[in-house]
Write a protein that binds this ligand. Structure first.
Ligand code: PEP
Length: 255
């Protein structure tokens, strides 16, 4: 497998943080710090911050994403946002299947697949999250589980559409906990994901697919994680709310 055929992507996940004013200020601080990045830079922000983030990043190398979208184009789904609504306002990326959505909001592999389909149909690039809980890791089912999550989420997605799919391996036990997977653990599961893509779509699609790691990645551990052959960037929660830390991670991915 040849890492040179893929460009790393560092994506922030702000979760339910930042007002519009804070969004503007944080992006202004980040822009000069990441402007020379030799990797993709994406910030996924709350719906209410999207317009401010798009405005603040105009003319920069930072792309904006949402943190979820619904599977229908419109309809009686109070409180939801469709993929088309996002693309119309200039959003380019969307996180789908984050473990916090799965854990707190009833997200299943099937609804993840429906949302992936809707996002791709609307022209968004999907950051698809998969990953095991600590219990599942201890049961020794990480590989099977992550492969299954990946396969179900990608049902009905063509090889060509995979150009707009990024997969983020996020062990649930490492998200927001300060516990990071070791570089070897991250690489091993990312490799399993790439093999799963290879089985579904063939070697050349697998080689080109960006597979990120996410889970307490920070300025101190990013370099080692990102140096792994199957780790093509990161999905960053806490550290994406600190301009300097985020820019250190972007610099590590640019090496
Ligand atoms: C995340 O929210 O996707 C994440 C990886 O969070 P953190 O970096 O804070 O663990």
């Amino acid at each position: 497998m040849n890492k040179a055929v893929r460009k790393a992507i560092i994506a922030g996940n702000w979760k339910m943080n930042q007002t519009q004013a804070q969004t503007k200020a944080l992006i202004e601080e980040m822009k000069p710090l990441v402007k020379d990045a030799d990797c993709g830079v994406v910030l996924c922000v709350p719906y209410t911050d999207l317009a401010a983030a798009i405005e603040a990043t105009k003319g920069s190398n930072i792309k904006i994403g949402a943190e979820n979208c619904h599977w229908a184009n419109s309809g009686a789904f109070t409180g939801e946002i469709s993929a088309q609504m996002l693309t119309e306002m200039g959003v380019e990326y969307v996180i789908i299947g984050h473990s916090e959505r799965r854990q707190y909001f009833g997200e299943t592999d099937v609804t993840v697949n429906q949302r992936v389909r809707a996002a791709l149909d609307a022209g968004l690039t999907v950051i698809l999250c998969v990953g095991e809980t600590l219990e599942q890791r201890e049961q020794g089912i990480t590989s099977e589980l992550v492969a299954m999550q990946t396969k179900i989420a990608l049902g009905g997605v063509s090889a060509q559409e995979m150009e707009k799919v990024i997969i983020a391996y996020e062990p649930v036990w490492a998200i927001g906990t300060g516990k990071t997977a070791t570089a070897e653990q991250a690489n091993e599961v990312n490799h399993t994901i790439r093999e799963t893509i290879g089985a579904l779509y063939g070697e050349s699609v697998a080689e080109k697919t960006v597979v990120q790691y996410g889970g307490s990645m920070n300025a101190g551990n990013a370099e080692e994680l990102l140096a792994q052959p199957d780790v093509d960037g990161g999905l960053i929660g806490g550290a994406s709310l600190k301009a300097k830390d985020f820019s250190v991670i972007v610099a590590a991915a640019s090496k």
